[in-house]
Design a protein around this ligand. Structure first.
Ligand code: PLP
Length: 336
């Protein structure tokens, strides 16, 4: 199976780092409940993210934090405004919690439609989700547009920086002065430990205090905490793999775009969109998705983006395999 559908870091962690992480969990006192405040992991994450520990909350993946942020605002917001296409868990979680979801399509150049967002949040108390850079389009929305969203009546603005390390830009500074802003981060992408399930958020300390009330006291097992401390302390090593992936992204986009009918779009994240021209390729995006699937190559197709596929950046050999198969598929289709 070739996994190019979940935007994981295919490098994983080195044997040496894994040894260090295993050493950190070998003699844990599992009979005791762990520290509710997650003090040590917060200190390590605070250093990494360059924020005070009182601005941090840690969750079982950022999926968990999306739920926690919304849960802690029940009664204060009624509506969740989501610029789409974007990461699906915002909608799923808001719906589960009984919140009204309003999806606002991005403009044709994948920008925020600030005017519509402004209208929607003015009607009832609302939260807005901004995925930055956006999954699946791969772009950062313009700073100006993000600032405009902060000028609206939105009661809560969640900025999801899951792919922060790939583009290097952040909005965490906004949390110093605006207590409506919550920034989400994860160890699942650049740091290569999606299975460990660690996400964290950065917000004004007053906001963190408010949201803590909705947190399960032991939402992260002690082994997860201790392993995460090792991975974050050695983040430099993982960031080298990010540099490899960024080089890989450039080559993968170039090679895919060299196939007639396919154009790989620019991206600031660990994936990119590929636009399919069915007249030139001989198949539409859904057809290519099915053909790749048959060959056990997993990419993403979204009904909401029928002309595109989303492809995660893989290792060089993954990229070669994908490109070889794409060329074969095209040849077969044109022959048949
Ligand atoms: C934008 C975005 N946010 C959050 C997540 C989930 O991250 P986690 O593994 O921390 O739950 C993903 C995973 O694909 C994502 O793309």
């Amino acid at each position: 199976m070739l996994r190019l559908h979940y935007n994981e870091n295919p490098h994983g962690v080195s044997d040496d780092l894994m040894k260090k992480a295993l050493a950190a969990v070998r003699e844990l006192p599992l009979q005791w409940y762990p520290d509710q405040e997650l003090t040590q992991l917060k200190e390590v994450l605070g250093d990494y993210a360059e924020v005070n520990t009182d601005k941090l909350m840690i969750g079982n993946g950022s999926d968990d934090l999306i739920q926690l942020v919304l849960m802690s605002h029940l009664g204060k917001i009624q509506r969740v405004v989501i610029p789409v296409p974007t990461f699906g868990m915002y909608r799923v979680t808001a719906k589960i919690l009984g919140l009204e979801v309003v999806e606002i399509p991005l403009t044709s150049d994948f920008e925020l439609d600030v005017e519509r967002i402004e209208q929607e949040v003015a009607e009832v108390p609302s939260a807005v989700f901004i995925c930055w850079p956006n999954n699946p389009t791969g772009n950062y929305f313009a700073d100006y547009n993000v600032e405009q969203v902060l000028e609206t009546d939105a009661r809560l603005v969640v900025i999801d920086e899951a792919y922060y390390e790939f583009g290097g830009r952040t909005k965490t500074h906004l949390t110093n002065s605006d207590s409506r802003v919550v920034v989400l981060r994860t160890l699942s992408k650049a740091l290569g430990v999606a299975a460990l399930r660690i996400g964290y958020l950065i917000a004004h300390s007053a906001k963190v205090d408010e949201m803590k009330k909705a947190r399960q006291p032991y939402n992260l097992s002690l082994p997860s905490q201790k392993m995460a401390e090792v991975f974050v302390r050695h983040a430099d090593e993982q960031l080298e793999t990010v540099s490899d992936l960024l080089r890989g992204r450039k080559l993968m986009r170039r090679d895919i775009s060299s196939i007639e009918g396919l154009t790989a779009l620019p991206s600031e994240a660990s994936f990119f969109l590929v636009k399919v021209n069915p007249d030139e390729f001989g198949l539409d995006a859904a057809g290519i998705y099915r053909q790749l699937h048959k060959r056990d190559i997993w990419v993403r197709y979204f009904d909401s983006l029928p002309d595109y596929l989303r492809i995660s950046v893989g290792l060089p050999q993954d990229s070669s395999q994908l490109i070889e198969q794409l060329k074969k598929i095209r040849k077969e289709v044109l022959k048949g």
